[in-house]
Design a protein around this ligand. Structure first.
Ligand code: SAM
Length: 336
């Protein structure tokens, strides 16, 4: 089956599904406490897509070309019985891969059941190995050790190679890059360094805070020489490098300094059923409404096809100082 294609001829291949907008961390670059405090109104249960609704949509996305699903949030492991959703998604025809992005806080106890349900891979976010730095990033005092346990449990459960995502913000955790590289070299896990992005409306993004991927690669290569590796598949967002001494590989995601919009095949479904065709969008299209109003499969599939068919987003390739300042939908809502 041919996937639907957008105005720039990009096929729809990946769907990121946010299963909750809640998180147990308050990472300063994503869900700062000043905004996501006690008074913040998260989605109510009735607003969230049910597992049945998510599965139905995922099936219609698969019919439109999607092959890969990624569950995200918020913190996806906070959604109760997530394993049941994974089982339902794993049974969809055409879905070849189901992955999950998590902060790792609940992963150690859930890794085996996630794998049994049909999850294939996990990406764990971790921004430093230094408890003081990590605590300043997550802002709830979550310890590094708990996340490391989650990573090891995931690998032991067969969810590897585990990718470890580190968002680097100048002055916050850039001094932790070499320590992270040292720790994950030779571990079988793949460290991925991510440029701090201008998503959302509340993280006070400034270009000066971005550590360019080229600088990150140079810093690591000065210690342990690196060489580039070809992408594993078309449209891979991380540029890959391997340690020349056989210590494994790293990836860098340069969405600010080397945007990859031209190869972006990703759609995003928010926890309340809005479809976003770009991480930096500020409007999404409601799918939950038609779903709950009784639209049939053909109607919803046609709607998905129309939304994707009109897509022309290439935000990062066209970013200007002005668009970078403009408010966008929060990453915790749309799913990273
Ligand atoms: N709670 C899960 C987690 O921590 O991985 C999943 C959701 S989180 C929004 C997904 C990813 O987005 C994390 O790796 C996080 O570090 C990253 N992220 C959040 N805000 C970002 C920003 N401003 N720039 C770059 N990455 C960001």
């Amino acid at each position: 089956m041919d996937p639907v294609r957008d105005t720039l001829d990009r096929p729809l291949r990946d769907l990121r599904i946010s299963v909750t907008d809640r998180c147990d961390f308050r990472c300063v670059y994503c869900m700062p406490k000043e905004v996501f405090g006690r008074d913040f109104e998260f989605l109510r249960r009735s607003q969230l897509l049910t597992f049945e609704e998510i599965t139905r949509l995922a099936r219609l996305f698969a019919a439109s070309g999607v092959r890969k699903l990624r569950l995200t949030g918020g913190e996806p492991l906070l959604r109760r019985d997530l394993e049941r959703l994974i089982e339902m998604l794993a049974a969809i025809d055409g879905i070849e891969d189901i992955a999950l992005t998590t902060n790792g806080s609940l992963l150690a106890r859930k890794a085996a059941s996630l794998r049994d349900a049909g999850l294939r891979r996990v990406t764990v976010s971790l921004d430093s190995l230094d408890d003081a730095v990590f605590g300043a990033v997550n802002d709830v005092g979550a310890p590094v050790g708990r996340v490391l346990e989650g990573i090891e449990a995931a690998a032991a459960a067969g969810l590897g190679p585990v990718k470890v995502n580190m968002v680097v913000k100048r002055g916050l955790n850039d001094a932790s890059v070499l320590g992270m590289a040292r720790h994950f070299r030779g571990s079988g896990h793949i460290l991925r360094l991510i440029e701090f992005m201008d998503v959302g409306a509340s993280n006070g993004w400034r270009l000066d805070d971005v550590v360019p991927a080229a600088e990150l690669v140079e810093t690591i290569a000065a210690e342990w020489p690196l060489e580039p590796v070809d992408p594993a598949y078309a449209g891979e967002v991380a540029a890959r490098y391997r340690y020349r001494d056989g210590g494994g590989e790293i990836g860098v995601i340069a969405s600010v300094t080397q945007p990859f919009c031209h190869a972006c095949t990703r759609a995003r479904l928010s926890a309340d059923g809005r479809l976003y065709t770009c991480l930096f969008a500020n409007v999404g299209r409601d799918l939950r409404g038609p779903l709950r109003a009784g639209a049939d499969d053909a109607e919803i599939e046609a709607l998905i096809g129309r939304i994707w068919g009109r897509r022309g987003d290439r935000y990062s390739e066209l970013r200007t100082a002005e668009t970078a300042r403009a408010p966008k939908i929060e990453m915790s809502y749309i799913g990273g």
